[in-house]
Design a protein around this ligand. Sequence first.
Ligand code: B1M
Length: 211
Amino acid sequence: MANLQDLTEAVIKGDEDKIKLTILELLNAGTPAKEIMDDGLIAGMNIVGGKMETEEMFIPEVLMSAKAMSAGVEILKPQLTDEENAASGTMILGTVQGDLHDIGKNLVKMLMEGAGFSVIDLGTDVPPAAFVDAIKEHNADIVAMSALLTTTMPKMKETMEAMENAGIRDQVKVLVGGAPVTENYADEIGADGYGYDAGSAVRIAKEYMTN
Ligand code: B1M
């Protein structure tokens, strides 16, 4: 019978077929989707990250793992989203300028849409001005920024400054997240909230819409 360790190994190998099959087996066996995500897929990606750092894995292999993981996330989508208790609100989402990591951002999008938010996804490598333009164009309630690199985190601050300069900072709630981002950092740059993971980001976003 499949277990979470098999899934972790399939992520490391970038074996998309094995990932899909293992997830279906785990779901059939009653394993909760969040456990499959956190202890299978994300656990595998964290090992990939370590191997990347020690140069046991290189960019093309990491990309294969990323692609395979994304296919797995798609299968979990119906199980991860909470279509009851739908919130309403418009969110601008993007990975900040200079940063191409999008798996976490896509997970945030999936769960936000599942929770009822209308999400305008600006993609990756999003300059501050593009966030500002999108807030104005869509009359957004929330701006959600993701950063995976310590070198791109300062772009979150720059984006906040661009919002201030455009006179729209007070119109939106700003939510930040991503592996190197912390609650302290969020406070330091004056963001309204910090999401440790996609699920907590949804919880916070829902609070903004009810308060
Ligand atoms: Co990159 N990379 N990478 N990489 N990569 C990291 C981030 C790194 C930690 C790996 C390592 O060295 N250990 C390291 C950063 C070091 C640092 O800054 N301190 C790193 C590096 C150095 C780089 C390059 C510079 C490597 C190079 O070229 N030499 C380069 C930079 C490219 C660029 O962006 N300009 C690079 C490139 C890549 C790939 C393109 C090969 C690929 C990305 C593919 C893609 O995204 N489509 C990649 C990958 C896959 C990773 C790791 C292995 C995995 C990231 C991931 O997807 N995790 C990563 C190591 C690691 O994180 N352990 C690494 C799974 C995902 C679900 O987690 O995105 O953290 P995550 O999202 C989480 C939470 O953070 C949170 O929710 C999710 C969980 O529910 N979250 C939010 C995320 N955004 C949120 C927003 C929110 C709230 C929560 O509210 C708005």
